[in-house]
Ligand binder design. Structure first.
Ligand SMILES: Cc1cc2nc3c(=O)[nH]c(=O)nc-3n(C[C@H](O)[C@H](O)[C@H](O)COP(=O)(O)O)c2cc1C
Length: 359
């Protein structure tokens, strides 16, 4: 592996550069790519870069707490590891290794249903706050069986990803002829994914007591319906720009969803969050947690689980620095008054948060 020891990384730039050096072209494109023209990928970044920060000064910021509460538990940062299919592509041990990294650092892990090993082995690997995410590729009994297994193995919540009615056209993967083993059986479940509707959400809520997260909400209208169905978390996401192309950036959607949800549920968000200041912006806009998709994978690809933990440590340093320079000592003090619209200065893209890479 062409990487320094994880502790030697001082910046996220270095982690991204090491990940790029380590990954073969197929996995690299799978990680970085999005749907079709990748306009949504770019808008995720552009949205974040279109917000500037408004600092307040001359406040005592010696002690800053960046901790948060997630699903009733204390976590070190207001972030979670978003579900990633095929984690085993990026690190030996796949999801079980990531569980150990999440536990070591102190953030929740969301396990994808298309990831190895499965939910039992991943749960046994480490004691961390965990959520199971399902792509609905079977009938009601199939879903119920997954809920039972998740509950029996200590998953604190169940997540349905709802932005996958169609499988998108990932052009980088198509051009590179990158065959994903975990997609081999996807055709069999395609109709279940396409048919998923609010009826199944209602059925879930009537039948199960595990808190429900809907991941992939991208409008206030759907957020309102989700709230009417009593979901625990409305998770704003466009799948990292990997599903619908020409969508809005997630951070641009966040305010309308926060307004629609009010106090009736929690709001989580992901899509393009790579830096501490990105996380701070989402919290200032009313999100309770930020999902990280590509960033943890870049850490894993750079240096395995120590690389993941190091990426989170650097992110934490960035968040603490940002909070202190904004003049606040806790996330609760953040609000829209800390933000202002601004013209982006860097070209957007999945790696737009790392402008020094090319230099
Ligand atoms: C390689 C990769 C695999 C993913 N697999 C899944 C998955 O199995 N289930 C899911 O709900 N979302 C999946 N996503 C989407 C992420 O959970 C998350 O929504 C997205 O990556 C957030 O954007 P970011 O990568 O810019 O942080 C995947 C994303 C990537 C990059």
């Amino acid at each position: 592996m062409n990487a320094p020891h994880a502790r030697e990384f001082l910046t996220l730039h270095e982690i991204v550069a090491a990940a790029r050096a380590n990954l073969a072209p197929g996995p690299w494109s799978y990680l970085i790519g999005g749907a079709e023209t990748e306009t949504t990928v770019r808008r995720n970044r552009q949205g974040l870069d279109s917000i500037a920060l408004r600092p307040r000064v001359l406040r005592d910021v010696r002690r800053i707490d960046a901790g948060a509460t997630c699903l009733g538990q204390r976590v070190r940062l207001p972030v979670l590891l978003a579900p990633i299919g095929g984690l085993e592509t990026f690190v030996d041990g796949g999801a079980a290794a990531v569980a150990r990294g999440a536990a070591q650092f102190g953030v929740p892990q969301m396990l994808s249903s298309v990831c190895q090993p499965g939910l039992e082995e991943t749960a046994a690997a480490a004691d961390t706050l965990r959520v199971f995410q399902l792509y609905v590729r079977g009938d009601d009994a199939w879903v119920d069986e997954h809920v039972r297994r998740a509950r029996d193995h200590g998953y604190a919540a169940f997540c349905l990803t709802v932005d996958v009615a169609m499988y998108s056209r990932r052009e980088r993967d198509l051009i590179g002829r990158f065959a994903k083993p975990w997609r081999a059986n996807a055709a069999a479940g395609r109709d279940f994914q396409a048919a998923l509707s609010w009826d199944q959400v209602k059925r879930f809520q009537d039948k199960h007591d595990l808190p429900l997260i809907l991941k992939g909400i991208a409008t206030a209208e759907d957020a309102e319906i989700a709230v009417r169905h009593g979901v625990e978390v409305v998770y704003v996401s466009n799948h990292g720009g990997r599903q619908l192309d020409h969508g809005l950036g997630s951070i641009a959607v966040l305010p309308e969803v926060v307004a629609a949800v009010g106090d009736s549920a929690r709001v989580w968000v992901d899509g393009g969050f790579m830096r501490g200041s990105d996380v701070v912006k989402a919290i200032a806009l009313g999100a309770q947690a930020v999902g990280l998709g590509r960033l943890p994978c870049l850490g894993l690809a750079a240096a395995g689980v120590p690389g993941l933990v190091r990426a989170l440590e650097i992110l934490e340093e960035e968040i603490l620095t940002c909070l202190g320079l904004l003049g606040v000592t806790s996330l609760a003090e953040l609000g829209p008054r800390h933000l202002a619209p601004a013209a982006p200065v860097a070209p957007p893209g999945a790696l737009g948060a790392f402008p020094l890479l090319g230099e």
